[in-house]
Design a protein around this ligand. Structure first.
Ligand code: BGC
Length: 487
């Protein structure tokens, strides 16, 4: 099949009549001009991205400075993680990973010669718990932890260090103390904002018998990703950035202690990881000029209206919905499917972000696009409809990748290291067929050309990372661990 311009006039060519060749590459020739026109606000020029970079850089500096931090939307929390793994970490560690619909418990063993063993289990966090009482959330976590420990015969006579990956904006005041600033993504539990999350976890654990552990670190998934990537590259490469493009979006980076004005930890060590929480960039209106009507609608109908505006343009929790809203709007204007829409297509949240990856993975004949549209209740789209839908997906995912690239370029320019490895995790980055390529291309265009960088998929950042932060924290004290008091 070639997407010839003359097909534009043909309303509904049957797919079976088309001469489909292998290696089909999507081109935009048959995408209708009106769709291209309507999607224009989603295409960001380098000029727009450069303006955004300047604003993001200012927002990060504002977050780092003691005087301006309270009014900054990008909070730049200090993580109290100052050391990367060096390979001498040994022992067994528990890790908890909370950040999305799934909650995980992990048991990790680190040994000689890079020995690494991991057992893990996934538990659901039902929606009623995600938006219920905070005490119920932490009781649920402790219950899952107890089940895991029992099932895996964890020796209860030894106190195990535990790292807790808590992937929400946390104002940390120490490696084991942090106050929740606000919930994000699908969470909104009562009684947790402004509370010390480690205290809530410990209280829930205390209610259960037989759990012998010590919470030695709380961290963000971006930090976990950076640590896990630093561990994997065997401590030789400059893994200085951790990035998450999954249900949510965030990045952390290594900053000089003297620039992190709110840091009150060990200033004899030169660096500390900063959790930027850049998802909140734009909450002061700095993204207004590139915000579309679909972005506004998503925001207004979300659990946290007015918050996480950058994240809402990028992450997996919202991308599919942006595509759906665009499709519905254009179909209502009779620019798609001759104006016909299904109930599914009209249902909020029904078009998952994974559908974007499926559609953009199409190699030939729009097979995947057809499958997705059929699943969404659109049974007989035309070829042009398919091309249009794919184009919408491309515009939305491209915008997402380019916004992340602008953020990355800010961090790279800011650190100004000759060479940086960026550890990346998250379902969007993992499963979208071109996200990596789009990000590398655009970051190259936007960052200082003297800076070399590479992006690597960090294996299981939030799980491994939690164990590694816990391991680094107790690295020099391990022999003492058996004797420490439990939580
Ligand atoms: C949270 C971050 C987290 C990111 C990715 C955001 O919604 O605020 O803390 O790192 O999602 O999970």
């Amino acid at each position: 099949m070639r997407t010839k311009p003359e097909m534009m006039g043909q309303l509904r060519p049957a797919f079976s009549e088309l001469n489909i060749s292998e290696g089909f590459e999507f081109d935009t020739e048959i995408v209708t001009n009106e769709i291209k026109e309507d999607c224009k606000p989603l295409l960001l020029s380098n000029e727009q991205l450069t303006t955004l970079m300047k604003d993001m850089n200012d927002a990060i500096n504002k977050g780092l400075s003691k005087d301006t931090n309270p009014s900054s939307v990008v909070k730049c929390y200090v993580t109290y993680v100052q050391d990367l793994p060096n390979g001498t970490e040994r022992g067994k560690f528990l890790a908890l990973d909370l950040g999305g619909t799934n909650f995980r418990v992990l048991l990790i063993e680190l040994g000689e010669n890079n020995y690494f063993h991991m057992d893990s289990e996934i538990f659901k966090v039902p929606e009623y718990i995600q938006t219920g009482k905070g005490t119920e959330l932490f009781d649920h976590i402790a219950k899952c932890l107890a089940e895991f420990v029992k099932k895996h015969n964890v020796d209860s006579t030894v106190t195990l260090p535990l790292g807790f990956t808590f992937s929400f904006p946390l104002r940390q005041v120490g490696l084991t103390k942090g106050y929740l600033n606000s919930w994000t993504k699908g969470f909104n539990c009562s009684g947790v904002v402004d509370e010390d999350v480690v205290r809530l976890l410990k209280e829930a654990i205390r209610k259960r018998k037989g759990l012998n552990l010590q919470v030695t670190a709380i961290l963000n998934d971006a930090t976990g990703t950076l640590m896990s990537c630093a561990h994997k590259t065997r401590y030789s490469k400059n893994c200085f950035v951790g990035l998450i493009v999954g249900t949510g979006c965030n990045a952390c980076y290594v900053e000089k202690v003297e620039n992190a004005e709110l840091f009150d930890g060990d200033s004899s060590k030169p660096y500390v990881i900063i959790n930027t929480e850049w998802g909140a960039f734009g909450d002061d209106g700095k993204l207004a000029s590139i915000t579309t009507k679909y972005d506004r609608e998503i925001d207004e109908l979300s659990l946290n209206a007015g918050c996480q505006r950058f994240e809402k343009m990028i992450s997996g929790m919202y991308m599919g919905e942006i595509v759906r809203l665009t499709i519905v709007d254009l179909a209502n204007q009779k620019k798609l499917f001759e104006g016909r829409l299904s109930d599914q297509m009209k249902t909020k949240g029904a078009f998952g972000t994974s559908f974007i990856s499926d559609i953009e993975s199409d190699k030939a004949n729009y097979k995947e696009t057809l499958k997705v549209l059929n699943e969404m209740g659109i049974s007989d789209p035309s070829l042009v409809d398919c091309a249009n839908v794919r184009y919408i997906c491309e515009c939305v995912s491209r915008r997402s990748a380019h916004l992340v690239s602008a953020g990355l370029a800010v961090l790279l320019n800011k650190m100004n290291e000759k060479s940086v490895t960026i550890g990346v995790d998250g379902s969007v980055y993992r499963f979208h067929p071109y996200f990596h390529k789009l990000m590398v291309e655009k970051t190259k265009q936007l960052a200082n050309p003297d800076i070399k960088f590479d992006m690597m998929l960090s294996e299981d950042g939030s799980g491994r990372g939690a164990a590694l932060v816990a391991a680094v924290a107790v690295r020099d004290e391990l022999p003492k661990m058996n004797g420490v008091a439990a939580v």
